[in-house]
Unconditional design. Sequence first.
Length: 223
Amino acid sequence: MSMTEAIGRIHSIEASLQQLAQGTRASTASSPASNAATAADAASFASALSSAMGTSSAGSVTSGSLASGLGSVGLNSLLPAAGSTMATAGAAAVGTSGGSVSGDAVVAAAKKYIGVPYVWGGTNPAVGMDCSGFVQRVFKDLGVELPRVVSDQMQKGTPVASLAEAKPGDLLVSYGGEHISIYLGNGKAIDAPVPGQTIQIRDAWEKYSNLTSIRRIVPAGGS
């Protein structure tokens, strides 16, 4: 299994658990016992995810360690079958005005957070952020409000037809809406990747087989 595939699978699991956790918190807010159970589940997931991040000597996440780590908390069913293709349904455009903010401003704001550690569920740059928390923070710095999770963020702005038409500052949504990054142009992107890593600029591994949607929140930046 390549690093790209492993990252996509981990983000898929992470996003699913975030949505489940939100529902659990809403339904058990008055129950200390339930809250304790939720905390225990979160700790178990963190441990399993750490196990899942075991790497081979070539630097790739091994499929065995991924399955073993997730299986320890009963989440191995969330792993897609080998060779499966993620859904590529496009989300309907929902207007979010960026005012006078440009895509170039988004890029500049995002680069300020290079080196901040990845923290699942994190929104505080002093502690760490996950992929959607990072995106939300960047746009908030520019006075543009975005929702907290990818599934909602991917509904904002206007759609971009293809990666060839993407401009700096656009959002790249991948793996059915389980991960999000900011496109920088020239085949580069920036994101909060996985536990143990930091926000960084990288080659845009998003491609047509895993790219779900491209969203333009503010006017396009340079090419």
